[in-house]
Design a protein. Structure first.
Length: 276
């Protein structure tokens, strides 16, 4: 039976410092070389994931930006792109601005670049986020007014839980989108909101890979709310020991934490049992 193993990155495969351990890199590359079908599904854009993807000898596209893209193993070519309807993207942006949480809006240009625009950064964490990412993107620009085109793929923002929850209540009224809201992995108690096309999401990306590559079953690993849907859909769902409640509730199994190489050790066990 041909199985796809698909793992989240931050908080799941990666250590708390945002990098994979040497053991995880070596183990996964060895297993891929022996015929295991392994890839990743991450909320990171392909630009941000480009720091991680080249470390692994992936032979299957990775789902980046929460399934908005299926990105080839070199991290540069997109096999699938999900755009947000322009009217919906404008409505989402307006709602977030009206709640005092102006978003980061990501546009996939016709030239194949990912451009980002923002109007305000409220927290120290966001200022660090901007500084870290400016070099990764074609454009990562401050603007006085958003310019929303028909090529927006992703909208996100970080804020206090009550503000994110109030935004989400209004997002429920907008058709053509889906969103994830969850406790952010790296900031101190803030919640992360990401909005994308109804065609996006880790579940839809995993389903597309299953059909594209002819897999019989899917095993999904995760730690947070944006992993819950693909974990619920997968034939087997695995939460790491440090997972949030949203992932733990839908998990068939709980394994070691991200800081103890839980995913890599589990994959090694499955290989030794012939489950690939």
């Amino acid at each position: 039976m041909k199985t796809l193993y698909i793992s989240d990155l931050d908080g799941t495969l990666l250590q708390s410092n945002g990098t994979p351990s040497e053991f995880t890199v070596k183990t996964i590359n060895d297993l891929i070389g022996k015929g295991m079908n392994i890839t990743f599904a991450t909320a990171r854009s392909y630009s941000s994931a480009a720091k991680i993807l080249p470390l692994f000898d992936l032979r299957i596209p990775a789902a980046t930006m929460n399934g908005v893209f299926l990105t080839d193993t070199a991290g540069s070519t997109q096999k699938r792109v999900c755009f947000i309807n322009r009217g919906a993207a404008m409505n989402v942006t307006d709602i977030m601005v009206n709640h005092g949480r102006p978003p980061f809006a990501y546009t996939y240009t016709r030239s194949g670049f990912l451009d980002v625009q923002y109007t305000v950064n409220k927290y120290d964490y966001e200022r660090e986020f901007i500084a870290d990412r400016k070099a990764l993107y074609h454009k990562f620009d401050y603007t006085k007014q958003y310019h929303i085109s028909d090529r927006v793929v992703y909208i996100n923002g970080l804020d206090k839980k009550e503000i994110i929850e109030s935004i989400c209540r209004e997002l429920d009224e907008i058709s053509g989108i889906r969103y994830s809201a969850y406790l952010d992995t790296y900031s101190d108690g803030l919640y992360f909101l990401e909005v994308y096309s109804v065609s996006g999401g880790k579940k839809n990306a995993a389903a597309a890979l299953k059909e594209m590559c002819g897999f019989d079953r899917v095993v999904a690993f995760g730690d947070n709310g944006n992993d819950a849907e693909v974990m619920s859909w997968a034939d087997e769902s695995i939460a790491v020991g440090n997972a949030q409640e949203a992932a733990l509730k839908v998990a068939d199994k709980v394994i070691g934490s991200n800081d103890s190489d839980g995913v890599a050790k589990y994959l090694l066990e499955q290989y030794e049992k012939g489950n690939f």
